[in-house]
Design a binder for this molecule. Structure first.
Ligand code: AMP
Length: 576
C-alpha cells in the first residue's frame, strides 16, 4: 500500500510518491501539481477545495477559509457559513481532498502519509497537523520538517558528495532556515531556526497597505468608506496584492485594478494604479533582512562559516522574489540553486521519507535524515535571590539543536518545608525567563512528595523529544521512586482525545455528504446532456428527478438526496 508524502502548505499544498527510484508529484483532481490550501463551503452545503475555492474568496468571504495553517495549534475557531470548525478540521478537509485525488490517480487506497511541517512549528502545531491527517483518514507515519524534507529530496539525487547545505525556506506563511551536513548518505541537520509568522502572506499584507495608501492619497477618503463588506474588500485586495507581488518577480512595474470597490455618495468607486518593484522592495526590505539575520544565527549555532556552505537550496514560493534571492546571494557571495522546484521539493522529500519508511528505498543505500529540536525546552523554576524566592526563571532541559530523538534528565530540589507536590510547567524558547518563552504545557502534577525540610526531597524531571517532534515528560520522586509520565496531549490549541473522536465522526459524515454532492453534480451533468437525445417521456422522467433533487438540496435533506442520486443513476443506466 502506498505511503504518500504531503506538503501541507499555508498557501499551497502538494503531494508526491516514490516509484522506480524517483519521487514524483501526484496531480490533484484538477490535474494540477499543487493545490491551493483553500476551503469553501457553498451555501448549498457543497464543499470546494483548491484554486476554485481560493478564487471564490472575494465573492464568498464568509464561506471561504484561506491560510488555516497559521491558526494550527491555536485556540481560535473558524466560522465557515453556518458551521464552526477547529483549524485541524479545515486542514483535514484539504488533506482528505489530496488523499482522494491520490487514490484516483494511483488507482489504489492511500491510508498512510508523511506530512511536513515548518521546522520551527511548536509541539501544539505538530500535534494539530497529525490530528488533521487522522481526521482525513490517514495514518500519519511521520511528521518531518520542511527544510529537512527539501534536503532529503536534494541529497537523494546528490548522494556522492559530502557537503554542507543551507536550506532557505520562505513559503506562504512561515520561514525556516536549516544548515544541513551531508556525509556518507547521512543528512544531519546541524542547526535550524525560523519564524512561524513570516512568509508571502506578510508581503501580500504589505502590498494591501500600499494600495490603501495610494487610494487614500488619490481620493481623500479611505477605501473602507466605500466598501459594502469589509471581508469582501479584504479578499479582493488580497487577490490583487498576491497577483501584483507575483508579477513583480518578473516585471519592474505592475498595474493594479479594482474595478468596483463599492459606492460613495451613490457613485461607484474603483482603484486603478501602479506599483513598482522598487516600492515593493522598499516596503519588504526589513522583513527580508530579518531572514538574513536568521541565516547568520543558524551558521553561528552550527559553527560553520559561509565559505563552508557549498549549496544554498531555495525552497517555498516566496524565494522567487528577486530581492530575496539577491539578499541571500549577497550574504554568501555565491549563486543559489535555481534548478530545484521551490513549490515541489518539500513534497518530493516527504515522499523520499515515506519510501525510506516503507522499504521502497533500500536501507543499504544509507540515506538517513537526522533532525534537531529547533528550540530549547525546559521548565519554570524559582531562584533564591538575596534570600528571597523569585519565580519565573526558565531552566533548559533539552537544548536547541539537540539531535533527535533525545531524552534528557535533570534533578530539582523542593523549595519549601513540607512541600508535597509540584506543578511542572513546560516552556520552549531561548529567554532566561518563562515570560519570554512559550508555554507548552502546565499539566504535569507531581503529588505525594514525602514531607521534609526544604531542599531535602528531589524530583527528577525527564524530557523526551521524538522524531516527530512530540514531547513526553516524566517526573520521579527520587526518595519514593514514584513516577508520573505524560505525553503532552490535551494542551491549549490541540484537540483532546474526546474532541478528536467526535470530530472524526463529523468529518466522516461531512466527507460522505461532500462526496454525495460531487457525485450528484456529475450525474446531473450527464442527465442534462442525455435530455437532448431522449424521448419526451424520458425527458419528463429526468426533469422530475432533477426537480426533486433541487427541493432536497434546498431542504439540505441528504437522506432524500441519496435516494434520488440512486434513482437518477438507475434511470441514466436504463436510458443509455
Ligand atoms: P509555498 O507555501 O511554498 O507554496 O509558497 C507560497 C507563497 O509563495 C505564496 O505567498 C505565493 O504568493 C508566493 N509566490 C509564489 N510564486 C511567487 C512568485 N513568482 N513571486 C513571489 N511570490 C510567489
Amino acid at each position: 500500500m502506498a505511503i504518500i508524502g504531503i506538503d501541507l502548505g499555508t498557501t499551497n499544498s502538494a503531494m508526491a510518491m516514490y516509484k522506480d527510484g524517483e519521487a514524483e508529484i501526484i496531480l490533484n483532481g484538477n490535474d494540477q501539481r499543487t493545490t491551493a490550501s483553500a476551503f469553501q463551503l457553498k451555501p448549498n452545503g457543497e464543499e470546494v477545495i483548491g484554486s476554485s475555492a481560493k478564487k471564490g474568496a472575494a465573492s464568498m468571504p464568509r464561506h471561504t477559509v484561506l491560510e488555516v495553517k497559521r491558526k494550527m495549534g491555536g485556540e481560535e475557531e473558524v466560522q465557515v457559513g453556518a458551521r464552526t470548525y477547529k483549524p485541524e478540521e479545515i486542514s483535514s478537509k484539504i488533506l482528505r481532498y489530496l488523499k482522494k485525488s491520490a487514490e484516483e490517480k494511483l488507482g489504489e487506497p492511500v491510508t498512510e502519509a508523511v506530512i511536513t511541517v515548518p521546522a520551527y512549528f511548536t509541539d501544539a502545531q505538530r500535534k494539530s497537523t497529525k490530528i488533521a491527517g487522522e481526521l482525513a483518514g490517514l495514518r500519519v507515519e511521520r511528521i518531518i520538517n520542511e527544510p529537512t524534507a527539501a534536503a532529503l529530496a536534494f541529497c537523494h539525487d546528490n548522494l556522492d558528495e559530502d557537503q554542507f547545505i543551507l536550506v532557505y525556506d520562505l513559503g506562504g506563511g512561515t520561514f525556516d532556515v536549516s544548515l544541513v551536513e551531508l556525509f556518507d548518505g547521512v543528512i544531519e541537520v546541524k542547526s535550524s531556526t525560523g519564524d512561524n509568522f513570516l512568509g508571502g502572506t506578510d508581503f501580500d499584507e504589505t502590498i494591501i497597505k500600499l494600495i490603501k495608501d495610494k487610494f487614500l492619497k488619490a481620493n481623500g477618503f479611505p477605501m473602507e468608506e466605500a466598501a459594502q463588506d469589509a471581508n469582501m474588500l479584504y479578499y479582493m485586495l488580497k487577490e490583487a496584492a498576491e497577483n501584483a507581488k507575483i508579477e513583480l518577480s518578473t516585471q519592474v512595474e505592475t498595474d493594479i485594478s479594482l474595478p468596483f470597490i463599492g459606492l460613495k455618495d451613490n457613485l461607484p468607486v474603483s482603484f486603478i494604479g501602479q506599483l513598482t518593484r522598487i516600492e515593493f522592495e522598499n516596503a519588504i526590505r526589513e522583513k527580508v533582512e530579518s531572514t538574513i539575520i536568521k541565516i547568520n544565527e543558524t551558521l553561528e549555532e552550527a559553527a560553520i562559516s559561509k565559505d563552508q556552505v557549498s549549496e544554498i537550496l531555495m525552497v517555498g514560493g516566496s524565494t522567487r522574489i528577486p530581492l530575496v534571492r539577491g539578499y541571500v546571494e549577497k550574504a554568501f557571495g555565491k549563486k543559489v540553486r535555481t534548478d530545484i522546484n521551490p513549490d515541489e521539493v518539500v513534497a518530493t522529500g516527504a515522499a523520499v521519507q515515506a519510501a525510506l519508511k516503507s522499504g521502497e528505498i533500500d536501507s543499504a543505500v544509507g540515506l538517513v535524515a537526522i533532525d534537531v529540536c529547533p528550540y530549547t525546552l525546559g521548565i519554570e523554576i524559582v531562584n533564591k535571590v538575596n534570600n528571597q524566592i523569585i519565580p519565573g526563571y526558565f531552566d533548559p532541559i533539552i537544548r536547541k539543536n539537540s539531535a533527535i530523538p533525545v531524552t534528557e534528565r535533570k534533578t530539582y530540589n523542593t523549595v519549601s518545608d513540607n512541600q508535597t507536590s509540584v506543578n511542572v510547567k513546560v516552556y520552549q524558547g531561548e529567554g532566561r525567563f518563562v515570560s519570554e518563552n512559550q508555554l507548552v504545557s502546565d499539566e504535569l502534577h507531581v503529588e505525594g512528595i514525602p514531607p521534609n525540610a526544604a531542599g531535602q526531597e528531589e524530583v527528577e524531571i525527564s524530557f523526551s523529544y521524538d522524531i516527530n517532534g512530540i514531547i513526553q515528560i516524566s517526573a520521579v520522586i527520587v526518595s519514593t521512586g514514584h513516577k508520573v509520565t505524560q505525553v503532552i496531549q490535551s494542551q491549549q490549541g490541540v484537540m483532546s482525545a474526546k474532541e478528536k473522536r467526535r470530530s472524526m465522526e463529523r468529518m466522516e459524515q461531512e466527507g460522505l455528504d461532500a462526496d454525495l454532492y460531487e457525485g450528484m453534480k456529475k450525474a446531473i451533468h450527464n442527465a442534462e446532456k442525455m435530455m437532448d437525445d431522449c424521448s419526451p417521456e424520458d425527458r419528463t422522467r429526468i426533469e422530475r428527478i432533477l426537480a426533486d433533487i433541487e427541493t432536497a438540496v434546498a431542504a439540505e435533506d441528504n437522506a432524500a438526496l441519496r435516494k434520488l442520486d440512486e434513482q437518477l443513476l438507475d434511470l441514466l443506466i436504463e436510458l443509455v
